[in-house]
Design a protein. Sequence first.
Length: 195
Amino acid sequence: MYKIAVLASTNGTDLQAIIDELKAGSLPDVELSVVIGNKKCYALERAEAQGYKAVYIDPKGKSRGEFDLEVADVLDEYAVDLVVLVGYMRILSTAFVRKYWRRMINVHPSLVPKYCGVGFYGANVHESVLAAGEKESGMSIMFVDEGCDTGEVILQKKCAVLPDDSPETLKERVQALEKKWYPEVIRMFQRGEIG
């Protein structure tokens, strides 16, 4: 069984897409072992309500390294093969990144290297895309490295930016791509096509 863990800080929309595919049997031989949150967020509630292990780790009073060690202890306890970031709003320590080198992925709601890095998250990304008059946007799934959205891109998918788009309508189309392709990239890892 190929074991994955999800790290989350927000609602876990992409987490739900992964759970849906697991429950539909579309991720054969993949197990969602644990969902870890650094906030008491809806992603944790979502996981627990559907029968998955959810762990909250309080970051208060801990250095980045100390917090990441606690996360790593949980990941090791579940012998996780792949760490999947879903709206995880923390910069990871170098030691943590190296421990899971090429076994940790993230999704970003833009065509990296555009509109990524510090400050580019949530609505900021889509507002920036619209303000720049871009004709297309999309999402990028990438390996996590020590930087902020600087890891090697594994997969990008595009969508058109429509003349009457708002940040919300653009976000919906980009999220639809994330929900479709994040589980597919997990399948690619499980099949040994990426590593």
